[in-house]
Ligand binder design. Structure first.
Ligand code: PMP
Length: 361
């Protein structure tokens, strides 16, 4: 303990659940429904699966350290240059890389009160000071975040939509905010759930990178693209920032399978549309349930719904588990009265609803 960096000593490990098979064994239940990690309930795309089978033949070779083909695909699809892209082993890897490249222990890092857990982890791991700004109606209070900027601020994390609240900032609000952030403060706009947002409401974030050289936009293949288990993410930034990130990045941080899978997933529009449609339907199913039962929820732009269940949220989580449904307590996000439920297939959502009704909710 004493040997660890001071920031590290204050950290608690990321709360990962037990493997499903282990839980099934312990509880004596088959087919546990997991609605806990905002994964894609469709399973992997068949096109990706076929490409992976081919890729298996090349696993004795190192992956392409530059991820040339994936960057080429992303550049074309998103209208950016290849030298603006930095790839990561999931977007978590990219978030950490950004912190390690630009932040040191004399700096402050700003994020919102109910922010994604990885932001405090990557901040404190390098000994920087985390500044959590109180939320406004569960979402980012951009004015308060601007007011929190000091001489020591180096980085601001914003997730849009936010996890675990599902709140969303309009393009206008974000653009206004970016105009007011000083040039020497980097802004990480984490758009992990952006594919679930109606196209007309999304920010032109990649175009903003040209207007705001201090902006980094992060994306992942773990959600709408269904590659959570493979770990694939990236950030688009000014080329000078990407150059610095690529100096720090481990050369083989994306493996051959995740590179190939991401290339194919990016072109699989049919799968993406299906993911979005299944999410929309499932969201409606859960929202209807909440409204029928008089449960408050935070309207969500993501692939999850965070529901206010009361002071016994942790206990309800345990009771749902006993019923074979895993959801996510969000106590660690300063939401002690809520549970976050990922959107599943219709039958999985129904299993959650049935368990709730059975438990008298
Ligand atoms: N950002 C946010 C806001 C997230 O919710 C998540 C996933 N939980 C990530 C990033 C990380 O995604 P990845 O699997 O790409 O590391």
């Amino acid at each position: 303990e004493q040997l660890a960096n001071p920031g590290v000593r204050q950290l608690r490990p990321y709360q990962a659940g037990k493997p499903i098979t282990e839980l099934e064994r312990e509880l004596g239940i088959k087919n546990i429904v997991k609605l806990a990690s905002n994964e894609n309930p469709l399973g992997i795309s068949q096109k990706v699966k076929a490409a992976l089978a081919e890729e298996l033949n090349d696993l004795a070779r190192y992956p392409d350290a530059n991820g040339f083909y994936l960057k080429e695909k992303i550049a074309k699809k998103q209208g950016v240059e290849m030298n603006q892209i930095t790839l990561g082993n999931g977007s978590n890897d990219v978030l950490e890389l950004i912190a390690r490249t630009f932040v040191n222990d004399s700096h402050e890092v700003i994020f919102s009160q109910h922010a994604f857990v990885v932001y405090p982890i990557v901040t404190q791991a390098i000994g920087a000071t985390a500044v959590a700004v109180p939320a406004k109606q569960y979402g980012h209070d951009l004015d308060a975040m601007l007011a929190a900027i000091s001489d020591k601020t180096r980085l601001i994390f914003i997730a849009n939509p936010n996890n675990p609240t599902g709140t969303f900032l309009s393009a206008e609000a974000l653009h206004d905010f970016l105009k007011q952030v000083p040039d020497n403060v980097l802004v990480v706009l984490d758009e992990a759930y952006t594919e679930f947002v109606p196209v007309a409401e999304r920010s032109p974030s990649f175009a903003w990178v040209t207007e705001f050289p201090n902006l980094l936009v992060c994306r992942t293949f773990a959600k709408a693209y269904g590659l959570a288990g493979l770990r694939a993410g990236y950030t688009v930034s000014d080329a000078r920032i990407a150059d610095l990130l690529n100096r720090v990045r481990q050369p083989f941080n994306m493996n051959s399978l995740s590179l190939r899978a991401a290339e194919v997933a990016l072109d699989d529009d049919e799968y993406l549309q299906q993911s979005v449609a299944i999410n929309q339907a499932g969201m409606q199913q859960l929202v209807n349930f909440c409204e029928q039962r008089g449960l408050s929820y935070i309207p969500s732009y993501g692939n999850f719904l965070t529901i206010e269940v009361g002071d016994d949220a942790e206990q309800l989580y345990q009771e749902l588990l006993q019923q074979g449904v895993i959801v996510r307590p969000v106590t660690g996000y300063q939401l002690p009265r809520h549970l976050r439920v990922s959107i599943g297939l219709p039958a999985e959502n129904q299993a959650f609803i049935d368990a709730m009704v059975k438990l008298g909710r």
